[in-house]
Design a protein around this ligand. Structure first.
Ligand code: PA5
Length: 463
């Protein structure tokens, strides 16, 4: 497992004092980083936060692996019904290991297709159902809370679709529930209907659950080697507990990002993978960073309204749509390039002579060379314009590196939460919208929110 972090382009020597950090500034903050590490370690050891422990829960990982081995051969589609942290991890893993959807290999019962029903767009849901054969589809309904409106609504449609096609008893055997054991409506329904349940530990929040059954079950069902994922994540976890920020990449990244954000006012972070395989992971990261760090209050209860806005951009594609803004627009961003050292193929460009400048320069080279040159060129252009950036390099995108990378990003987020002195693991801010929705949909117990919403509408009408 080989992952590097290069922070040189965050330094004042490269981007100037107004936008960059001095080495001594980083050095002076090491004590704060160590304090953040110790504080998070204590809370993790106390069992308050569970994600660091997930890759070591070999019993649960083996049980998922065994189930997937038994199911293999009978289904050509795995349909995930879930949203947010209950969908993005599965997408990141699918996209990471098997590639972006339009170019994935042929789907077979050995390597089923993954269909994720996260949004409640009715046309999307209808089209997705029409594309699947209910006799050959395994459904995984995933909800930590067991009561998320989008997941419940879509699941009711999918369940009906299955039952009508293959009958209730068979459908129950083709439905798996991933939720908190012993709690919530989805667990209760699973007990009543006889669905097999895979538990998400209570101390693992949605956006930190990719290495729990929420991500591992769909991954194993579509043929991803989850043992290798866990192995990479275990190795990374050991590194993430190292007190020396030289060895501990997650801690060093958290510290550098914290400094550049809070001292140089870079309130936007652009996650810039130069790999289509990492595109799903960029969206997974966007949720992790936004929901964990966007907070109204610190732990002391003071109003802070903190948060760094994460943006996902794809290299090289978005060089042709975003980089103009990044270079010449407001200098309020820090860029994190995600580079891949070895692609599965070099993408050799045929050697031909045309006596035409652009063609002759590229003939005989490779796409791997070009994508690398474009990333380094963009980093340099950003530096020339005083725009701080840094680079994480993964040796390659395989199960082991992906497991390590996801775990590293979760640790980075947890350390950042400590540095900001906020609770990175709650998400009170999204609750009001959810309550309004239930009020509008007439759920019992949510009448107060319906009334509050009606008052809001009245105010709008008066304008
Ligand atoms: O990170 C979180 O906790 C949230 O984004 C959840 O993942 C999301 O709201 C879905 O929740 P649930 O898994 O309970 O359906």
């Amino acid at each position: 497992m080989n992952i590097h972090f290069d922070e040189k382009n965050l330094l004042a020597d490269m981007v100037g004092k107004a936008n960059g950090l001095s080495r001594s500034e980083i050095e002076r903050s090491q004590g704060k980083a160590l304090k953040a590490l110790k504080s998070f370690r204590r809370q993790s050891d106390e069992g308050r936060y569970g994600f660091p422990h997930l890759p070591f829960q070999t019993g649960a990982i083996q049980a998922i692996g065994r189930y997937a081995d038994e199911a293999r051969g009978s289904f050509d589609t795995v349909c995930v019904v879930g949203i947010g942290g209950s969908a993005l991890g599965a997408w990141a893993l699918d996209c990471g290991v098997r590639g972006p959807h339009p170019v994935q290999g042929a789907f077979t019962t050995e390597h089923p297709r993954l269909v994720i029903l996260d949004n409640v767009d009715p046309s999307f849901t209808e089209a997705a159902l029409a594309s699947m054969d209910p006799r050959r589809t395994l459904v995984a309904v995933i909800a930590k809370s067991g009561g998320t409106a989008e997941t419940v609504a879509t699941f009711l449609i999918v369940r009906d679709w299955l039952e009508q096609a293959i009958g209730r008893p068979k459908a129950a055997r083709q439905i798996l529930a991933v939720t908190t054991e012993g709690k919530g409506d989805l667990f209760a329904l699973s007990q009543a209907e006889g669905y097999r349940v895979f538990g998400i530990p209570e101390n693992v929040g949605g956006r930190f659950s990719v290495l729990s059954p929420a991500g591992l079950l769909p991954a194993a069902l579509i043929g991803i080697d989850i043992r290798k994922l866990a192995r990479g994540a275990r190795r990374m976890t050991h590194l993430c507990w190292q007190p020396d920020a030289g060895e501990n990449i997650a801690l060093r990244m958290a510290l550098c990002h914290w400094l550049i954000w809070t001292r140089k006012a870079k309130s936007i972070q652009v996650a810039f993978p130069y790999s289509n395989h990492l595109w799903g992971t960029a969206f997974w990261f966007r949720q992790l960073w936004a929901e964990s760090l966007g907070k109204a209050r610190n732990r002391a209860g003071e109003e802070v309204h903190t948060g760094q806005t994460p943006v996902a951009a794809l290299g090289t594609t978005d060089q042709h749509s975003q980089v103009q803004l990044y270079i010449e627009g407001p200098n309020d961003k820090v860029f994190t390039f995600w580079a891949v050292a070895k692609f599965s193929s070099a993408g050799k460009i045929p050697k031909r002579r045309f006596n035409l400048g652009a063609f002759d320069a590229l003939a005989g080279r490779s796409l791997a060379e070009l994508i690398d040159a474009e990333r380094r060129a963009t980093a340099a252009a950003l530096v020339e314009n005083g725009r701080p950036n840094c680079t994480i390099t993964l040796d390659r995108v395989d199960e082991e590196h992906l497991g390590a990378f996801l775990q590293m990003m979760e640790f980075q987020t947890a350390f950042m939460g400590e540095l900001l002195d906020i609770d990175a693991f709650d998400q009170e801010g999204v609750e009001l919208g959810k309550r309004f929705t239930y009020g509008l949909m007439g759920r019992a117990g949510f009448e107060k929110y319906r009334r509050q919403f009606t008052a809001y509408e009245k105010k709008r009408k008066a304008l």
